[in-house]
Design a protein around this ligand. Structure first.
Ligand code: F6P
Length: 319
């Protein structure tokens, strides 16, 4: 009988639990045994592996975080370290693995696939920075969390006629900042994929002030600079009273949105379907609302891109 293991790795994201549930239930539905690996690749090395039953994934679809815990495990790059994980999988007779995580986790998954474990990646990260899918699990929830925060900050920015600089996560990608900036009506969005011209930002704020506009929201992606640095840079060009707000890890928490739960359920089940069909060495995703799979090699070929049209629109609407 096929034995499938599932783990979550890297930064957690809302909807990972829904993805775990989907992998577990779909595996059992197909007549397979399924195992949970706790603490990501670290747990694989440490033999933190347990057989899961239907009831083990009950009451988690609505919860943020990950029931299987997560960890970053840079030493997994080392073949000797990985061998311990391979030995542990062999001990249980596990031949297939579903890795729910981001780009870094996919690299570990790719190595294991080359070393004989049939592996599928499921995109779980708030950063939305993975090729082979339009959306990652957790992005929609994080987006709504950020938009809610921006709305709240806007209330006080308006009352006090201040310029707020809000720092948003995303690592090297600007998706979260871009989407949240557009949805939150930010006057300025600074993302790594578009050169930050702080002088131009200052000039725009000044023009706005001259028109009677007294408050302003700047969203800065952490991949560009910190909110603090942005404030310092801005004040080189304009005398403005700024407040900086770093949203931080609250962006990774909270119950997943309906969209993230549905996406996680679809992608988790697809991962099992692929393993059933003997396909591995790839990650699942959604493109133009169609479920797809993409080989890991192809995913790593080039850097993830933002939606340029969306960026252009955000600029056109924030004049
Ligand atoms: O990849 C998800 C993410 O939240 C990034 O947006 C952020 O840069 C990073 O993880 C933070 O990592 P840690 O939780 O290890 O500080």
């Amino acid at each position: 009988m096929k034995k499938i293991a599932v783990l979550t790795s890297g930064g957690d994201s809302p909807g990972m639990n829904a993805a775990i549930r989907s992998v577990v239930r779909k595996s059992i539905f197909e007549g397979y045994e399924v195992y949970g690996v706790y603490q990501g690749f670290q747990g694989l090395i440490n033999d933190n592996i347990e057989k899961l039953e239907l009831g083990d994934v009950g009451d988690i679809i609505q919860r943020g975080g990950t029931k299987l815990f997560s960890a970053r495990c840079p030493e997994f790059i080392d073949a000797g370290v990985r061998q311990k994980g391979l030995d542990n999988l062999q001990k249980y007779g596990i031949d297939s693995l579903v890795v729910i995580g981001g780009d870094g986790s996919y690299r570990g998954a790719q190595r294991l696939n080359e070393e004989g474990i049939k592996t599928i990646g499921v995109p779980g990260t708030i950063d939305n920075d993975i090729n082979g899918t339009d959306f990652t699990i957790g992005f929609d929830t994080a987006l709504n969390t950020v938009v809610d925060a921006v709305d709240r900050i806007r209330d006080t920015a308006t009352s006090h006629e201040r310029t707020f600089i809000i720092e948003v996560m995303g690592r090297d990608a600007g998706d979260l900042a871009l989407w949240a900036g557009l949805a939150g009506g930010a006057e300025t969005i600074l993302i790594p994929e578009a050169a930050a011209d702080i002088k131009a930002v200052a000039e725009r704020i000044e023009t706005g002030m001259n028109r009677g506009k007294k408050h302003s929201i700047i969203i800065v992606a952490e991949g560009v600079m910190s909110a603090q640095e942005c404030g310092v840079e801005l004040r080189k060009y304009i005398n403005v009273d700024t407040r900086e707000s770093v949203l931080g890890h609250m962006q990774r928490g909270g119950k997943p949105t309906g969209n993230d739960r549905v996406l996680a359920s679809r992608l988790g089940a697809l991962a099992v379907d692929l393993l059933k069909d003997g396909i591995s060495g790839c990650a699942v995703g959604i493109e133009n609302n169609k479920l797809v799979e993409t080989k890991f090699d192809k995913i790593f070929e080039e850097r993830h891109q933002i939606d340029r049209a969306l960026y252009k629109l955000s600029q056109e609407l924030s004049i």
